[in-house]
Design a protein around this ligand. Structure first.
Ligand code: HEC
Length: 662
């Protein structure tokens, strides 16, 4: 009797203790922090989780194609979104499915009218780290702490193969309300109801990944050009010990797509100088890091590794241009430099290739080099733009060899011009960079030509997060496109180049969803793109002029075109050859190309003709009476040919007047 009382008391005490410790556990499980990541969504746009640090809450639904629970939960999810979006809550979906491709996700989104970004976790690394098990799970995140405050079903409306008309419990809404109010979410976790996700690599023996045979060679291939002694990377991958020390940081920069610094969407185009990590390489590297970066057996391939530095990899140049000496401070921001050198040659030359040698590889971030012809205006000479573009240097991209049998003609006179970007590295230093040019012995068969798509009348409103500006270049002759260089400044966040063909069909050629001003890249096509006459090369850039853009110099300014980095540009350079051209019989019409550039930013609806409404004021004044007369085909708009005729007539009149005056 006595004994039994005692044991009942004890067991009651124990059960209370269990309940309390259970409660503590569930409180502890609140504190699941979500590390930042950047993923491309089903539209190819970059989504950066921590960008939304000022949101009142962030909600993510785990999506998967073909899952009935997800499809049935969509209306509920949209309804939650409609209720809370106006209170500063951001809504996303995340697809970590092994089997879903981006295009399949885009189809599912279209079919089920999913009108929010579905982030595509192609490597499954984000889903693995979040311990996802099933789709249709909802994550409610508090951006003040980056803790996941709730995970589980959206509500109690669905169980497997059954659904109710109305939910009676609204788990996600309750959690969102609590997070907005700053309260603790009562139940932080419920079992998700949805389709199981196959994380094929999650339980692999990652501690077996060999540093010697797999990791070190991968780093050597993709990272060491910069991360070496005397390189531009801030630390050298010169031993296992260093790599292990930086391993968590490597995981972070890979998850956030900062490294390796290659910003093109891997689903669009194939590029010669692509130094990105493949899906498999990314998985291997991150799994190895998450397994504790084990050393394993074997020698250390990174130890004592030095990159053989051949001074001139293409041989002794025909002309070496020495850039002025610059002193780079230990820290801070160095504005871009635009030095010029008078062309020392007294005969014209055909350049076939160029190499840049960075004087101090630790601080020279990139160099663009080209020339401007004699007689350029002072404004143009100061602006760092080129008539003839020669090379864009970045570490790992030291030389530019033009397509076979083509060349860039540099006439005597004029100047070589440069754009140099320095990044201070903690020590004051001096840089003496140089560029070597190589000439054809004889006139090459064809011209390697460059043009730009620009829009000097951009207008980016203050405090706007995603403002697009567009312009195009129209090809009047068939061409082969070789490379593309999107360029904007600190507010530029994404850029793309599309081709609109004469039949109206569109093709995306280059997308840079994650544009970074620090990395001025030339994207070189492996296969030159064939362009039909009558095609338009359309260049779009999106600008983030909000406070959320950490590199924005001043979100309260309405920003217009300017050369300084606190102003903006829509500037896309590209190189091409004309299919029917030879250097013996040039057909490129410079006047027409210039007019085309101008046309491309005025023709807002991209229909290839300027309506009366689209015409700039100055032209309207000139044409008040004569619009019908110059619109020779009578279609109500001026196309490039009609505009060119006006230009030519105007030029002829000027010549006549000048002749009369003599
Ligand atoms: C083209 C040169 C280049 C390549 C290639 C490159 N890096 Fe970097 N890395 C840099 C520079 C420069 C920085 C300094 C930050 C910046 O400018 O973005 C940096 C920074 C880093 C940092 C972070 C240090 C910090 O706190 O900013 C890590 C980690 C890193 N790189 C890892 C890698 C890995 C891993 C690879 C290969 C998969 C790689 N990098 C490839 C140039 C490079």
């Amino acid at each position: 009797m006595y004994r039994s009382f005692f044991s009942t008391a004890l067991s009651r005490f124990l059960s209370i203790a269990l309940v309390i410790s259970g409660l503590l556990m569930s409180i502890n499980s609140h504190a699941e922090r979500i590390d930042n990541f950047v993923l491309l969504d089903h539209n190819g746009d970059a989504q950066n989780l921590y960008y939304h640090q000022d949101a009142s809450a962030i909600v993510i639904m785990i999506q998967g194609n073909g899952c009935p629970i997800v499809r049935n939960a969509l209306t509920d999810y949209k309804q939650v979104r409609d209720e809370f979006e106006s209170q500063g809550v951001k809504f996303f979906m995340l697809n970590s499915n092994l089997q879903d491709t981006r295009s399949a996700i885009a189809l599912e989104a279209k079919k089920y009218s999913i009108d929010m970004p579905i982030m595509h976790d192609e490597t499954q690394l984000i889903g693995e780290a979040l311990n996802l098990v099933r789709t249709a799970e909802i994550l409610v995140i508090n951006p003040k702490t980056w803790n996941i405050e709730y995970r589980g079903p959206i509500n109690d409306r669905q169980v497997y193969e059954r659904q109710k008309q109305e939910a009676s419990a609204h788990y996600a809404k309750d959690a969102i309300r609590d997070v907005i109010a700053g309260d603790t979410v009562a139940v932080a976790q419920r079992d998700a109801i949805g389709c199981l996700i196959n994380f094929a690599e999650k339980n692999g023996a990652h501690e077996q990944i060999s540093y010697t045979e797999t990791i070190a060679p991968l780093l050597q291939e993709k990272c060491v050009v910069c991360h070496t002694d005397g390189g531009i990377g801030p630390w050298a991958m010169s031993s296992y010990e260093l790599v292990r020390g930086f391993a968590p940081m490597m995981r972070e920069v890979i998850r956030t797509k900062r490294m390796p610094p290659w910003h093109a969407d891997p689903h669009v185009g194939v590029w010669k100088n692509d130094k990105s990590l493949s899906i498999e390489q990314t998985q291997t590297l991150v799994h190895w890091i998450e397994a504790g970066a084990p050393r394993g057996e074997g020698v250390d391939p990174l130890k004592g590794l030095s990159i053989a530095q051949v001074e001139w990899p293409l041989g002794e140049p025909d002309l070496i241009l020495e850039l002025p000496e610059y002193t780079i401070p230990a820290s801070g921001v160095v504005e871009y430099k635009f030095p010029r050198l008078a062309n020392p040659l007294d005969t014209g030359v055909w350049v076939k290739s160029a190499t840049v040698i960075a004087g101090n590889r630790e601080v020279v971030h990139h160099i663009l080099a080209g020339s401007i012809d004699a007689g350029a205006s002072a404004e143009k000479r100061d602006s760092g733009v080129f008539d003839n573009y020669l090379i864009g240097y970045a570490p790992g991209n030291e030389s530019n060899v033009f397509p076979a049998k083509t060349g860039v003609y540099i006439a005597p006179g004029g100047e070589f011009t440069f754009q140099i970007h320095y990044t201070p590295n903690g020590l004051e230093s001096v840089d003496n960079s140089k560029i070597g040019l190589y000439f054809h012995d004889e006139k090459p068969e064809n011209f390697y030509r460059q043009d730009v798509v620009i829009n000097p009348i951009i207008s980016i409103p203050a405090n706007t997060a995603r403002h697009p500006e567009v312009s195009y270049f129209a090809f009047d002759k068939p061409a082969l496109l070789h490379d593309l260089v999107p360029h904007s400044h600190y507010r530029g966040v994404a850029s793309k180049f599309e081709l609109i063909k004469p039949d109206g069909s569109k093709e995306l050629i280059l997308s840079v969803p994650n544009y970074d001003f620090n990395w001025q890249r030339t994207y070189e096509l492996v296969e030159p793109k064939q362009i039909e006459a009558g095609s338009k090369l359309v260049h779009t850039t999106w600008y983030d002029n909000s406070t959320a853009n950490k590199s924005n110099p001043d979100p309260d300014r309405n920003v217009t075109w300017g050369l300084q980095s606190w102003d903006e540009m829509l500037y896309g350079a590209f190189s091409y050859t004309l299919v029917n051209e030879t250097t013996e019989a040039p057909i490129h019409d410079k006047g027409l190309a210039q007019l085309t550039q101008y046309f491309g930013f005025i023709d807002k609806d991209l229909d290839g003709k300027l309506s009366w409404k689209e015409l700039p004021k100055r032209m309207k004044k000139q044409l008040v009476q004569g619009f019908k007369a110059v619109d020779t085909n009578g279609d109500g708009g001026l196309d490039i040919k009609e505009m060119y005729n006006i230009e030519k007539r105007r030029a002829a009149k000027q010549q006549e007047a000048a002749a009369d005056a003599r």
